[in-house]
Design a binder for this molecule. Structure first.
Ligand code: F6R
Length: 620
């Protein structure tokens, strides 16, 4: 996903913008650029490929006397990392884009849907386009409307003509201390400093400078100067928006000695889960959610059904949620892929609770599914990791995971925290509905409280256990994952993790389905990962493992430490400690994250930024 950063203030903007773009690298990009205003000139420098190329291009530009290092360094500028949608990956398609007279520069995330119509109109008026992008139309449109008198008015007029989902920031030579931003769907956030302001698509871009933020809501515009921020509606109505303080610190956005962010985040899982459940599990015989400012327990009352909607890894967390909510609280629960739900004309109404799980809180399909459910009268609960994200505003209530900033594209610590929130919710529902014996509730809660202290041990064991497996199978063409009950979700998540960071083809199945087709895939070369932790369905999983081995395939079992039957029927083991079998997925997934990591590293791949993937998918 593209990244935006903008700066107006009293310090040299160039370094701030480049450093800001570095912090957005994790979102994925294929080209980048910056524009700066100084000494009555506006200039942009763009480069294809990684940010090192942009740094080199900026340097070369400076040597040729460019504004980028003017005698008085620029204190206003915008920067962008582009993820190609319309137009090839090349320098002219990289942002910033500018108008024909080179007075207005813009950086844009998202998609302008009506750009063809607008482009034709602007071409007819004499505009000269230099790129193949939809985004360039915004620069020309804003420039055209500058005749209205100010950049603010020009952006407002342009905004009202644009269709699509986007966020953009514009600046003009005529008003060198002003940035104007606009948001429709795609995120945009203001950072407030002393005598300086930032505008970015995500907080890490300016976290080194300030933690004071003002969120721009969907359908709003913002005028930013060094000392002032004016947020308004497209008709010009000015809004009052209080500042919030983000509690992530800069360190969260650093690798802190780990070779990758993903590895760091795998190691942060114990703390993240501890943080997520801490004050919510203090009571011996119940879970406390009622005190949370963002959540009203009335949401859990008068409901007949729960539908969980999510995408990708968050979908797998929801799948675990489905099993535990039904088992513990006896509420009929289904799980839906958000992109299917929203286009399916679902049966949903006032006696439904729809839960949207999204770590970013910005995933377009999940947001759309939540909105659809709300329109049809359902209560909507969001489970997200990002304070101030769109999901938090669209939902009737929010339960936050407290994983901290996750930078690796592959979700790890946010996933285990989502699973933890599923447990919290299921236990609370069970308590409210009286569907669980008090001693069972107490026993499970006691184990749940202890889960964070087991995670570090699971990671350490996994790091040792995966070595021979990664060594043997790093160059396999295909991995099959199987499991039963909650183990299906673990299998699906393990398969997704391996697929997305190692580019090895994977499939994941409910093990009972093996003989209905997938077994045909197996031969001596196939590694099969079986989620075979202790549970009432373990015997069934073991039978499936035997079937697999009878075809000569190799079984890698995620197994409860010391289980001899699993040892007998498998070739490799990934050990996890014994906990209640419904809590097991939270631990069982960790060796599979570590396995995926080890295989991808053996293949020499960049796990933090897998090809073709972005951390936040704000466009459907
Ligand atoms: C995979 C991964 C993705 C996300 C998915 C949804 O590791 O991270 O599959 O889970 O894109 O993202 P959120 O949770 O932000 O809605």
């Amino acid at each position: 996903m593209c990244g935006i950063v903008g700066y107006v203030g009293n310090r040299p903007a160039q370094e701030i913008l480049l450093a800001g773009l570095r912090k957005l690298e994790y979102r994925g990009y294929d080209s980048a650029g910056v524009s700066l205003i100084a000494d009555g000139e506006i200039e942009s420098v763009r480069a294809v490929g990684n940010l090192d190329n942009l740094y080199a291009a900026v340097e070369a530009h400076a040597e040729n006397g460019g504004v980028a290092v003017a005698t008085r360094p620029a204190t206003t500028g915008i920067g962008h990392t582009r993820w190609a949608t319309h137009g090839r990956v090349n320098e002219v398609n990289a942002h910033p884009h500018f108008d024909t007279t080179d007075r207005v520069h813009v950086v844009v995330n998202g998609i302008v849907e009506n750009y063809m119509v607008l482009k034709q109109r602007l071409l007819d008026m004499g505009a000269i386009f230099t790129s193949e992008t939809d985004a360039e139309v915004i620069a020309h449109l804003v420039a055209h409307h500058l005749a209205l008198g100010s950049l603010e008015e020009a952006v407002r007029a342009a905004y009202n003509e644009l269709e699509g989902h986007f966020a953009f920031v514009a600046m003009t030579l005529d008003e060198p201390d002003v940035l104007v931003g606009a948001r429709r769907e795609c995120p945009l956030i203001v950072g407030r400093g002393d005598g300086e302001s930032f505008l970015a698509s995500a907080v890490p871009a300016f976290l080194a400078h300030t933690r004071r933020v003002q969120v721009i809501e969907n359908g709003e515009l913002v005028v930013v100067t060094p000392d002032d921020v004016k947020i308004m509606l497209p008709d010009g109505t000015v809004l009052d928006r209080p500042e919030e303080t983000i509690d992530w610190d800069e360190e969260t956005a650093e690798e802190a000695g780990y070779e990758t962010f993903m590895l760091k985040e795998i190691h942060e899982q114990a703390d993240a889960v501890a943080e997520t459940i801490a004050d919510r599990t203090i009571r011996e015989d119940g879970v406390d959610l009622a005190e949370e400012a963002s959540f009203d327990e009335a949401l859990l009352e008068d409901i007949d059904r729960i539908t969980i909607v999510a995408c990708g890894t968050s979908y797998h967390a929801g799948l675990i949620g489905r099993y535990v909510i039904e088992k513990w609280s006896r509420v009929y629960t289904t799980m839906d892929i958000a992109s299917e739900y929203r286009y399916r004309d679902p049966v949903v109404g006032p006696r439904d609770l729809v839960i949207g799980i999204t770590q970013s809180g910005e995933t377009a399909d999940t947001l759309a599914a939540m909105r659809l459910a709300k329109e049809r009268g359902a209560k909507v609960l969001a489970i997200t990791n990002v304070v101030g994200s769109q999901a938090t505003r669209d939902a009737d209530g929010v339960l936050f995971t407290r994983a901290g900033l996750e930078i690796g594209v592959a979700a790890t610590k946010t996933f285990v925290c989502q699973v933890a929130v599923m447990y919290l919710l299921a236990l609370r529902l069970a308590e409210l509905r009286g569907t669980m014996k008090t001693e069972t509730l107490r026993r499970i809660l006691a184990q749940f409280r202890n889960v964070p202290s087991l995670i570090d041990e699971v990671v350490a064991h996994a790091e040792a256990d995966v070595e021979p497996i990664a060594e043997k199978f790093a160059h396999s063409e295909f991995f099959l994952y199987i499991g039963r009950n909650v183990g299906v979700a673990v299998a699906l998540e393990g398969a997704l993790k391996l697929k997305e960071i190692s580019y090895i083809s994977t499939d994941a199945y409910a093990a009972g389905e093996m003989k209905h087709g997938p077994i045909a895939l197996l031969d001596e070369s196939t590694p099969v990962v079986a989620v075979a932790t202790d549970s009432p369905v373990l015997d069934k999983v073991i039978s499936n493992m035997a079937e697999v081995r009878a075809r000569g395939a190799k079984v890698i079992a995620v197994a409860t430490h010391g289980n001899e039957a699993v040892r007998e029927h498998s070739d490799y083991r990934l050990r996890v400690p014994d906990v209640d079998w419904m809590l097991q997925p939270l631990l069982a997934v960790i060796p599979l994250q570590v396995l995926a990591y080890a295989v991808a590293r053996k293949r020499g791949l960049n796990v933090d930024q897998p090809r073709n993937l972005a951390k936040t998918v704000t466009v459907e």
